[in-house]
Design a protein around this ligand. Structure first.
Ligand SMILES: [Fe+2]
Length: 443
């Protein structure tokens, strides 16, 4: 019955799903890429430290060897090792030592070397002589990676010789990896991050049809439930109308009038849904009223009227059995209340009466007045409005009467002569959006 009207919902689901998956995939891809890049950077630093350790290790080992073989002081051995090592010229594919310093027990033995051929040698010099540059180490060897003049560098302090002997000293070294090594590692980091992004997007792309299929099935299930609920609503309204010798058209028109007023008042979706349900079910309690009273052609006696008034309580009792239909309680319970407090069943007054019930009361009376019944001819729109005006502030909310007065003529011309099936089709078109609202919240 409602399937053709659900195409927009399916489109909505698909668009929403695509948008959310795209956002999710982007967020995950960016997060994973950043994580991969940071991890690669970390590995890059570790690899550079390893490279530096290899070079520095060779220098330290050679210094120790010279000390052991020639019995020279560690300072002299360090000098010789540096000379042999060719530090001033050494530019391997891995990198080079641009600064070295020997520190022994005797301050006079201190040796310091700076590779002045290195373009940023001044920055290196300032770095190693800055306060606290290498003061934070507590045990040797001490190694850290630093950026000196934007270049990645390894700054290390290592022990020379045997610490148990007097000649033990330390070598402080700054190692700069070759630009080609850093560039290669950077490329690897970017490549890894790119691969992670591609894998994430590809995984999302593969998951999309699966998620869409599941969501569509869920939406279809929910849609069928909503349709069944809506049909139940229509059915209950129809049953009451049949029993009360009323017509389906009255239910449809009243609901349309009420919804148009609701739209004009900018009511929220739950209120619009409650208004629709209330309009259909307002007299559902008449099912419990005896035929001799319900169908009595003449005026009811006071006692009979008291019984008739119980249809409101019966109606509330009926809808209380359904969680879904319970939304109609404001209209069902309040549609015979009057603005001046003279109504029933609770004698509510003014704004104590729910807004949906105040709207419905105007719509219901207007349609009753302008409808043809076996016992009366229809009043014109103007005559009906005059009667509403007479009840303004007593029976009806004055603001709602004023609102309706401005739109009644157009609505009456549009709806008064429509057939039941046309009214029903338009009502479904109009109100369905309020009932599919829950389905939209599925995703
Ligand atoms: Fe009623």
């Amino acid at each position: 019955m409602f399937s053709s009207r659900n195409v927009p919902l399916v489109t909505y689901v698909r668009r929403t799903l695509v948008a959310r998956l795209a956002i999710m995939a982007t967020v995950i891809a960016v997060a994973m890429a950043v994580f991969a890049y940071v991890a690669e950077e970390r590995m890059l630093k570790e690899e550079i430290v390893t490279e530096a350790r290899a070079d520095i290790g060779e220098l330290v080992a050679r210094t120790r060897e010279i000390v052991a073989q020639t019995d020279v002081t560690p300072a002299a051995a360090f000098d010789r090792a540096l000379g042999e090592f060719g530090a001033t010229r050494r530019l391997t594919t891995r990198g080079k030592i641009v600064y070295a310093k020997f520190s022994g027990r005797d301050k006079a033995e201190e040796r310091e070397y700076l590779d002045t051929t290195f373009a940023e040698h001044q920055a290196v010099w300032e770095h190693v002589h800055a306060d606290g540059a290498s003061a934070s180490y507590t045990e040797l060897p001490w190694v850290e990676t630093k950026r000196i003049a934007k270049l990645l560098a390894v700054h290390a302090v290592l022990l020379l010789g045997d610490p148990a002997r007097d000649e033990a000293g330390t070598a402080e070294i700054v190692f700069i990896p070759a630009p080609a090594v850093v560039a290669s590692m950077k490329r690897k980091s970017v490549f890894t991050a790119g691969i992670v992004v591609l894998i994430t997007l590809a995984t999302t792309g593969l998951l999309y049809p699966v998620v869409l299929r599941l969501t569509n099935r869920l939406v279809a299930f929910s849609r069928n439930m909503q349709a069944a609920n809506f049909e139940t609503l229509s059915l209950l309204g129809c049953i009451v109308a049949k029993r009360d010798s009323d017509t389906d058209e009255h239910n449809y028109r009243v609901t349309m009038y009420a919804l148009r007023m609701g739209e004009a008042l900018d009511l929220r979706t739950p209120q619009m849904r409650a208004l629709t349900m209330g309009a259909f079910l307002h007299d559902v309690g008449k099912i419990a009223i005896r035929d001799d009273i319900l169908l009595k052609p003449g005026r009811l006696t006071p006692d009979e009227f008291e019984i008739m008034k119980t249809h409101v309580r019966h109606g509330l009792d009926v809808i209380a059995r359904s969680t879904w239909l319970r939304e109609a309680r404001d209209v069902v319970g309040g549609h015979h209340e009057k603005f001046d407090g003279a109504g029933y069943p609770d004698g509510l007054e003014g704004k104590e009466i729910p807004l949906t019930a105040r709207i419905f009361a105007v719509a219901d009376v207007f349609d009753a007045l302008t409808s043809r019944r076996p016992y009366k001819a229809p009043l014109s729109c103007g005559e009906a409005l005059d009667i509403l005006e007479q009840g303004r502030g007593t029976h009806f909310d004055p603001e709602v009467v004023d609102l309706f007065a401005g739109m009644a003529k157009t609505l009456h011309e549009h709806y008064a002569h429509k057939t039941g099936s046309d009214l029903k089709a338009e009502l479904i078109d109009m109100s369905w959006r309020y009932f599919q609202h829950d389905a939209q919240t599925l995703i």
